[in-house]
Structure formats: structure tokens, C-alpha cells
Ligand binder design. Sequence first.
Ligand code: FES
Length: 102
Amino acid sequence: MPTVTILPSGKTVEAKEGTSLLEAVLAADENILHKCGGNAQCGSCHIFVQTGRKSLSKIAATENEKLDTLVGVGSKSRLACQARITGMEDITVELLGFASGF
Ligand code: FES
């Protein structure tokens, strides 16, 4: 089971295969916006994946389309609700707080 480290707090949580990064972050009691309830509609769960991208599901068209509408998107951007854990490599994510997804 990979460990997800959440920055900037540095909290960690173990996450089972199939868990979304949103579920993992919420399980660690971190604050992350998820206004559309995890449907790739709002973009408020935008995060950066710093390490462990190979342990995540590929970006699907719906996620890509939403990311294209957001400010501050980079090569490490994912929607936490759409990125599911598929591998064993540990993952580090960076929360962007309230600066993203509006
Ligand atoms: S919760 Fe809305 S896009 Fe992820």
C-alpha cells in the first residue's frame, strides 16, 4: 500500500489501490476543496503531484478538459478526485489551498 505524503503539512496516509487522491487527502484530515463532489466539474481539487506519478491512473479526457480551464496548471497538475492510486510507489502531493480552482 503506497504512502501519500501531503505538503505543506507533511502529513502521511496509507492509501489502498483504487483510492482517489481526494479520498486519501480527506482521510488525513486535510482541507481540500471538492465543490462538485469529485466529478471533474469544478477544478477546486487541483493539486500538484510532486512524486509518485507512476502510481496514479492516467489523465482521462474529462480531467484534461477541466485542467485546461484552470489557472496555474503545470506538468504536475492533477484533479485529486480523478487521480486514483494504481501502483505501489509512494506519492507526494502538494495542496494549493484556496489559490486554485475558482
Ligand atoms: S472535486 Fe470537483 S473537480 Fe475534483
